[in-house]
Design a protein around this ligand. Structure first.
Ligand code: HEC
Ligand code: HEC
Length: 455
C-alpha cells in the first residue's frame, strides 16, 4: 500500500536539519550568534524519536497549551469554561516561548506571569490540619489561594498587585559594588473586602519549562539519596525533599516541580495551573475555587461539562511539556565549571543524573534549603517552611535570558535582574558558598557567570 507522506514529520525533519547545520556555527561563535528565529524556538521543539501517534499527541497538547479559553457558554464549547476568576486565558500567556515569566509588563504594571499566592497560618483545628495535609497550606478565607487579576463578565476581579523596591548595596572585598532590589508587594483595588489580618503574601514568577520530561525520569531514590535533613555530615547544608499530597494518586509523593517543590508531576502542576491560573476544573481539581463570600463567582454560568479541561486534554498538555526537546549546552568555560564546584555551588546545584538512556545535567538536587531571611516568604507548602526553597535547575538559564532579552528575572519572585544578583541573594545554607564566591577575584567570578550562561 502506498503511504501518504507524513507532512508533519517532513516539517519537523527539515527544521532539525536546519538546526544541525546551525549547530556548527554555534560551536564556533557561541549562543549569541544564533539567528533570532532559532533562538525563539529553542524551548518549543519536539523530541526526534516520537512515532506518528506520539507526534499527534504532542501537537494536540501544544494546541491546548496555546489556545485562549473563553467564558462559558459560548459557540466554541471545546475551549470554554474560563474563570469565573482567573489570571490569564491561556498557559502561554505566562509561559511565553516556554521561557520564564517577567515581573513587569509595560508601564510598571505587574505582569500576569508574576502571581501572588495567599495563605494564613494554621490555627491547629482539625479543619486546618486537614487542609495542610491535602493542599499544603491554609488559603486566605475571602480570596483563596491566589489573587485572580481577572474575572469573567459580572464577576469582579480580586485585586491588582503593586511592587515597590528598596535597594541595598553589596560590596565585594575587592571594592566592586552591586545594587540589589528587595521587593515589597501591596494589593490594590481589593474586590472582596479586607484581607485576613495575618495574611501571608508570596510572589512567584513562572519558571522556564525546560527538560521537564527528563526531570520526571529521575527516580525518587536518586533525589532522596541527596537528603541530609539533620546535616549529619556537618557541611552546613541540609537538603530535605518536599513530601506532598497528590490529589491524582491519593497518596503522599515526592514533590519536584515549582519553587517550593509542591507538585509531584508535570500533569499535577498543569492541573494546578488550570484551576488556579485559569479557573478550569479538571480531573485533579473537580471544583471551582470560589470562596463562600464570592457569590458572583459561585453563581456564574458553567460550561455544563464535568471537567472544563478534560482528562484527555490534560494528558495531552503534560505530554507536550514532557516531550519538548532540550536545547544543547555548549560548555567552554571549564575553569568556571571547576570553580562552581570548588566553592560549593554543586552541593545543592547537583550537576548530573544518570537516566536509563542518558546522563542529564540539570544542576539541582530538587531538595528544599533554608535560604536565609532575605529570601524567606514565611509561607509553608507541605514540608517546605517559610524560608525554604527548592534548588532550581540551572540548565539553559543563559538561553532563557537571551530569548527574553530585556525582561530577565531570576529567583522565585524575579527580584534578581541577572545571574550575579541571583547569587548575591543566597543566604542561610548557601551563605558560605556565596561568601566564597564574593572572595574570588573578579576574573574568576566572571568565569562562573560565563559557565552558567553556557549550561
Ligand atoms: C497566570 C500565570 C500562569 C499561567 C496562566 C500558567 N502558569 Fe504555569 N506557572 C506559573 C507560575 C507563577 C509558576 C511557579 C509556581 C510556583 O512556584 O508556585 C508556574 C509553574 C509551572 C510549572 C512547573 C515548572 C517547574 O519547573 O517547576 C508547570 C509544569 C506549569 N507551570 C505548567 C502550566 C500549564 C500547563 C499551564 C496552562 C494550563 C500554565 N502553567 C499556566 C504561572 C502560570
Ligand atoms: C544551600 C543550597 C544552595 C547553594 C550552596 C547554592 N544555591 Fe543557588 N539556589 C539555591 C536555591 C534554593 C535557589 C532558589 C532561591 C529562590 O528562588 O529564592 C537558588 C537559585 C540560584 C540561581 C537563580 C536560578 C533561577 O532560576 O532564578 C542561580 C543562578 C544560582 N542559584 C547559582 C548558584 C551559584 C553560582 C552558587 C555557588 C556560589 C549557588 N547557587 C549555591 C540553592 C543553593
Amino acid at each position: 500500500m502506498l503511504r501518504k507522506p507524513n507532512y508533519k514529520r517532513l516539517v519537523i525533519l527539515s527544521i532539525s536539519a536546519l538546526a544541525v547545520s546551525l549547530m556548527a556555527r554555534v560551536f564556533a561563535n557561541g549562543l549569541e550568534d544564533l539567528p533570532a528565529q532559532i533562538l525563539n524556538q529553542s524551548f518549543t521543539q519536539i523530541q526526534f524519536n516520537l512515532n506518528n501517534d506520539e507526534v499527534d499527541e504532542f501537537i494536540l497538547g501544544k494546541s491546548f497549551f496555546n489556545i485562549p479559553w473563553v467564558q462559558a457558554p459560548s459557540a466554541t464549547t471545546a475551549r470554554d469554561g474560563l474563570g469565573p476568576l482567573f489570571s490569564a486565558n491561556t498557559c502561554v500567556n505566562c509561559h511565553a516561548k516556554n521561557g520564564s515569566g517577567k515581573v513587569f509588563a509595560a508601564n510598571n504594571i505587574v505582569d500576569r506571569s508574576h502571581v501572588i499566592r495567599l495563605s494564613i497560618s494554621s490555627n491547629g483545628t482539625d479543619e486546618h490540619q486537614r487542609m495542610t495535609a491535602k493542599i499544603g497550606f491554609i488559603p486566605e478565607p475571602s480570596y483563596g489561594a491566589q489573587i485572580s487579576i481577572n474575572g469573567v463578565l459580572g464577576v469582579p476581579f480580586e485585586a491588582k498587585p503593586v511592587i515597590h523596591y528598596s535597594t541595598k548595596d553589596i560590596h565585594y572585598p575587592d571594592g566592586a559594588t552591586i545594587t540589589l532590589q528587595q521587593p515589597t508587594i501591596k494589593l490594590k483595588n481589593l474586590g472582596y473586602g479586607d484581607l485576613h489580618p495575618n495574611t501571608i503574601v508570596s510572589a512567584r514568577i513562572a519558571p522556564a519549562l525546560v527538560g521537564l520530561g527528563l526531570l520526571e525520569q529521575i527516580t525518587d531514590a536518586q533525589i532522596l539519596s541527596n537528603e541530609d535533613v539533620n546535616d549529619a555530615n556537618h557541611d552546613g547544608i541540609s537538603g530535605k525533599a518536599n513530601r506532598v499530597w497528590s490529589s491524582q494518586t491519593k497518596q503522599v509523593e515526592i514533590g519536584r516541580y515549582t519553587w517550593k517543590a509542591s507538585a509531584p508531576t508535570v500533569k499535577h502542576q498543569s492541573a494546578n495551573a488550570a484551576i488556579n491560573d485559569m479557573g478550569l476544573t479538571n480531573p485533579i481539581h473537580e471544583h471551582q475555587s470560589c470562596t463562600p463570600i464570592q457569590v458572583a463567582c459561585i453563581n456564574a454560568s458553567k460550561d455544563g461539562e464535568k471537567h472544563e479541561l478534560t482528562a484527555q486534554r490534560l494528558s495531552a498538555i503534560s505530554y507536550y511539556l514532557t516531550h519538548l526537546k532540550l536545547p544543547q549546552s555548549i560548555v567552554t568555560e571549564h575553569q568556571g565549571q571547576r570553580l562552581f564546584s570548588e566553592i560549593g555551588c554543586s552541593q545543592c546545584h547537583v550537576p548530573s543524573y544518570l537516566l536509563p538512556k542518558t546522563t542529564i545535567y540539570p544542576y539541582s538536587d530538587f531538595l528544599l534549603h533554608d535560604m536565609g531571611k532575605d529570601l524567606a516568604d514565611s509561607r509553608s507548602e507541605f514540608d517546605a517552611l517559610g524560608s525554604e526553597w527548592r534548588t532550581p535547575p540551572l540548565w539553559k538559564l543563559g538561553r532563557v535570558a537571551l530569548i527574553l532579552k530585556d525582561n530577565k528575572n531570576f529567583l522565585h519572585d524575579g527580584r534578581a535582574r541577572n545571574l550575579e544578583q541571583a547569587i548575591l541573594w543566597h543566604g542561610g545554607e548557601a551563605e558560605k558558598s556565596k561568601t566564597l564566591f564574593m572572595n574570588l577575584p573578579i576574573s574568576s567570578r566572571g568565569k562562573i557567570l560565563q559557565f552558567l550562561n553556557e549550561i
